[in-house]
Write a protein that binds this ligand. Structure first.
Ligand SMILES: Cc1cc2nc3c(=O)[nH]c(=O)nc-3n(C[C@H](O)[C@H](O)[C@H](O)COP(=O)(O)O)c2cc1C
Length: 315
């Protein structure tokens, strides 16, 4: 039973993944938020993302992810990844953001089996030629769950290593319940190793899913891990991490992430504070609500760090 850390653009960046792995762990693989082409080139930010992933090979188990709608785009991004010696590529067919989905990227590609087929063929061709393997992260559909069922005809025969299924529709965004019936039907007919993804926030949630579907290769968790970074470890060890130890570990992760952004971010204190505020958005070490508010309101690093210290002191 593997546990994968889901990619969340803006939250699970390299600094966070590295610090989480160092101070808590319990994760089999960290998925990197998608990289993409814009105007025919990788974004500068994404060049850094892939260079860093290549540098961290062997230190941090992680998987780069691409998002693309055309075969030309996909071929170019795959080359960026394989030329850096990264050996596995995940294809995003789940992103619901309209700006991308309207261009047939992410979940926007799901209603178009012909486009999915062309994209996967291209990525598999290029990746395999360079010695890399390929997996897919997808939703149950854009408009209706029948879309993912129809895609199984294409997906099943292809040499994918695995599929990660988030059983929501693209048009739902992140709202509403996961559709467990859609997941059950997909699981029943999917011939690839499968991971479940969506709304797992406690060790009991993970157990519920893995008992219901014993054939699963594992689960992928995003927001649940950001809220409780020890969740995977707690599941595998069968016991909750004591509160004091958890706060201490969160403190260490925070110190590393802060140090990295402090060294890198240009644009002064307010930029740094803004960037760090995202660290706390999902994270709720049960504690001082006043300190939480102070973190959100801080505009200087002094005020920010004072609030963080109060929160982590275990109020
Ligand atoms: C802010 C945000 C950014 C995300 N970025 C990505 C991404 O880059 N790639 C991806 O495949 N999924 C992305 N996701 C989806 C998550 O990986 C995950 O599938 C989703 O949050 C459901 O899992 P969870 O309930 O465990 O968080 C993002 C989700 C959110 C809320």
């Amino acid at each position: 039973m593997e546990i994968l850390f889901a990619p969340l653009q803006g939250y699970t960046e390299a600094a966070y993944r590295t610090a989480h792995h160092r101070h808590i762990g319990g994760i089999d693989n960290y998925y990197i938020p998608f990289v993409r082409l814009e105007h025919g080139k990788l974004l500068r930010r994404d060049v850094r993302v892939l260079d860093r992933a290549a540098a961290d090979r062997g230190v941090l188990p992680q998987t780069p992810q691409i998002i693309a709608s055309t075969t030309a785009e996909a071929a170019a991004v795959v080359l960026e990844i394989t030329s850096r010696g990264l050996g596995h590529i995940n294809i995003n067919m789940g992103c619901p953001f309209p700006l991308l989905a309207n261009k047939g990227k992410g979940a926007g590609i799901l209603p178009h089996p012909d486009k999915v087929h062309a994209l996967l063929d291209e990525v598999l061709d290029r990746a395999t030629g360079a010695g890399a393997t390929v997996s897919v992260k997808m939703r149950s559909g854009w408009e209706k769950m029948q879309e993912s069922m129809a895609l199984l005809e294409i997906l099943n025969p292809l040499p994918l290593t695995h599929i990660i299924m988030h059983p929501r529709l693209g048009r739902q965004g992140y709202k509403g319940e996961c559709d467990m019936e859609a997941f059950a039907r997909f699981e029943n007919e999917c011939e690839h190793p499968l991971y479940y993804n969506g709304d797992l926030t406690t060790a009991a949630d993970i157990t519920r899913i893995t008992s219901a579907w014993p054939r699963l290769r594992g689960v992928m968790i995003g927001r649940g891990l950001l809220a409780d970074p020890a969740l995977a470890l707690e599941y595998s060890q069968g016991a909750p991490m004591p509160r004091v130890a958890r706060l201490a570990a969160i403190g260490k992760i925070h110190t590393d992430v802060y140090a990295e952004y402090e060294a890198r971010i240009e644009g002064g204190q307010s930029q740094l504070v803004k960037k760090m505020q995202a660290f706390w958005e999902y994270l709720l070490p049960e504690g001082d609500r006043k300190a939480h508010k102070a973190i959100r309101k801080a505009t200087t690093t002094d005020a920010y760090l004072r609030a963080v210290n109060t929160l982590l002191a275990g109020a």
